[in-house]
Design a protein around this ligand. Structure first.
Ligand SMILES: *[C@@H]1O[C@H](CO)[C@@H](O)[C@H](O)[C@H]1NC(C)=O
Ligand SMILES: *[C@@H]1O[C@H](CO)[C@@H](O)[C@H](O)[C@H]1NC(C)=O
Length: 309
């Protein structure tokens, strides 16, 4: 069977923007580096970074302890996350997040056993990091700073920030995979990831008009601002929508409710590895680490972009 490669062609370029031509990603890199190939393993390992992030956020949020307390060998020697905390959750949300946390361990195991893994990257789950993201989203400094762990609504809003990015990444990954084992793995990951996103969005939708105390903004407004921030960071147009939208973005142009974020035919949006990295780094650049990954992601693709800085 012929192997197609998703190839990263080195390009000398003058701007921070990388140009995407079908399967060819023009990456910022010194001209001396030869082209590198991103095979199924490399593409799936981009997502492994996000799965580590979700594992730690959900397990710590529900249980107050993370991967190291359950399956330490899965971290493969990577450092524990910083700033993670048990969240003050109502009972239903606690049960949901606990389940999500355990599901993420399964996702890590599935990826590692199918394509191989790497050491857990440094992950920043501090209040400070979330407060920065929320400040960036609203466009001013929230006072007091946003605390993801203080109550159920805040934790759900913080969760809104995470699985959706994994979901759109998986949608973007599947068409580029050659091997049916890889495709079947990612289809399975996508199913549960989108389920998690749907549950989080539904719980938030029930609270859409609630004010996020002590700020003068509703839950729906926060989701709108966070989605807009991700669209800005991703730099590839509208692929992320809050819980309320103008009708032209609703299902069949007939709803302003938007429990699921999807395109004109209600298909999931998709994102490329550079878009995903720009968002989770919070820097708008796949070359510049930050946000949840202060030292950047692991795996060939993320490393390649970091080396290009
Ligand atoms: C597909 O990937 C699996 C797991 O990485 C590997 O065992 C298998 O040999 C691959 N199949 C082909 C046809 O490359
Ligand atoms: C919804 O509106 C857009 C333009 O905003 C249009 O392109 C699209 O065809 C419309 N969809 C339906 C189902 O009417």
């Amino acid at each position: 069977m012929a192997t197609r490669y998703y190839s990263f062609v080195v390009a000398v370029h003058l701007t921070l923007m990388n140009i995407l031509f079908g399967m060819v990603v023009g990456a910022a890199a010194p001209a001396s580096r030869g082209p590198i190939e991103a095979n199924d393993k490399d593409l799936i390992q981009v997502a492994l970074n996000l799965e580590f992030l979700e594992t730690e956020f959900f397990l710590n949020g529900a249980l107050g302890r993370g991967l190291d307390s359950i399956e330490p060998e899965m971290a493969a020697g990577g450092p524990p996350p910083t700033g993670a905390s048990k969240a003050n959750l109502d009972h239903t949300t606690y049960r949901i997040i606990e389940e999500f946390g355990y599901q993420e361990i399964g996702h890590l195991r599935a990826i590692v056993t199918t394509v191989g893994g790497f050491a857990r990257p440094q992950i920043d789950l501090s209040r400070h990091n979330f407060a920065n993201i929320f400040d960036q989203a609203v466009g001013y400094k929230l006072t007091p700073p946003f605390d993801p762990y203080s109550n159920t609504v805040n934790y759900l809003l913080a969760s809104y920030v995470i699985p959706y990015v994994g979901l759109v990444g998986y949608v973007g990954t599947i068409p580029n995979l050659v091997n049916c084992t890889s495709r079947s793995l990612v289809a399975g990951l996508l199913g549960v990831e989108s389920g998690q996103d749907a549950v989080i969005r539904t719980l938030l939708y029930e609270r859409a008009d609630q004010i996020v105390v002590p700020y003068k903004m509703t839950v729906a407004e926060f989701t709108d601002r966070i989605s807009a921030l991700r669209n800005r960071l991703g730099m590839r147009g509208n692929k992320d929508e809050g819980l309320r939208v103008p009708r032209r973005l609703g299902a069949e142009n007939r709803t302003d409710s938007n429990i699921l974020s999807a395109n004109a035919n209600s298909l999931s949006y998709s994102r490329t590895p550079p878009e995903i990295l720009r968002i989770v780094y919070g820097t708008g650049s796949e070359n510049k680490p930050g946000g949840f990954f202060p030292n950047g992601g692991n795996g060939a693709v993320a490393k390649r972009f970091l080396a290009a800085l």
